[in-house]
Write a protein that binds this ligand. Structure first.
Ligand code: SF4
Length: 213
């Protein structure tokens, strides 16, 4: 293990609150040095659905909360359109610190690498173990490949369920930030429509199928 890096210790009998507290001091990879703070997952411990994104963005880093920036607003809108109550879902990220590089005065998002995703994995696993969601929905390819596996392709397998020991229903769709990056209004509307459609399909499957855990 590198100098300045400290192994993650999951607190005994963890709850989301305990995990949030413990993760605040995490030094298990170098990202704690560039992020303002740990941005842990948020939501009820009894949530049925867990959304997993890639990492916090600029706004999330400053607020210390996941999905509160423009991508979060778009997720809220899509959930509302799909008839899913945001307060009934748990939202988190594969990596809990904002990785960025400077461009002028701006902080530009930089994709986390495999080592950083692996280093942060115990927190994500602990969240899954505590919440025990009925469904895990990965947002974007980084989360999908971290949670489902490197061969999962969001572009061709979006909203398809895969067998996983993590939850009865595990799938992925696009990250809302990719919708924001669509080149035209028309493309953005189409991407949003497909995203909402994915959420409706997933929600319908989760709600209709009986799974005994
Ligand atoms: S990114 Fe994850 S593993 Fe790295 S310091 Fe932050 S919380 Fe710890």
């Amino acid at each position: 293990m590198c100098r300045g890096v400290k192994e993650i210790e999951i607190p005994p009998r963890p709850t989301i609150k305990k995990l949030q507290g413990a993760a605040a001091d995490c030094r298990a990879c170098h990202l704690w040095k560039i992020g303002t703070q740990t941005v842990f997952g948020e939501g009820k411990q009894t949530s049925t659905v867990m959304f997993i994104g890639e990492q916090p963005g600029d706004k999330e880093d400053l607020a210390g909360k996941p999905f509160v920036g423009p991508a979060g607003a778009l997720l809220d809108k899509a959930l509302a359109e799909a008839g899913i109550d945001r307060t009934a879902v748990y939202v988190t990220n594969a990596v809990k610190h904002f990785k960025w590089e400077p461009r002028g005065k701006r902080r530009i998002h930089k994709k986390p690498n495999a080592a950083e995703i692996t280093a942060c994995r115990p927190w994500l696993q602990a969240e899954i173990d505590v919440v025990k969601p009925r469904a895990i929905i990965c947002l974007g390819s980084t989360a999908a490949q971290a949670v489902i596996g490197p061969r999962f392709r969001v572009s061709v397998q979006r909203a398809q369920f895969v067998g996983s020991p993590l939850a009865p229903f595990v799938t992925a769709t696009v990250h809302p930030s990719s919708i924001l990056r669509a080149p035209t209004d028309e493309a953005r509307h189409e991407e949003m429509r497909r995203f909402v459609e994915d959420l409706k399909t997933i929600w319908k499957a989760i709600s209709s199928r009986k799974i005994h855990r």
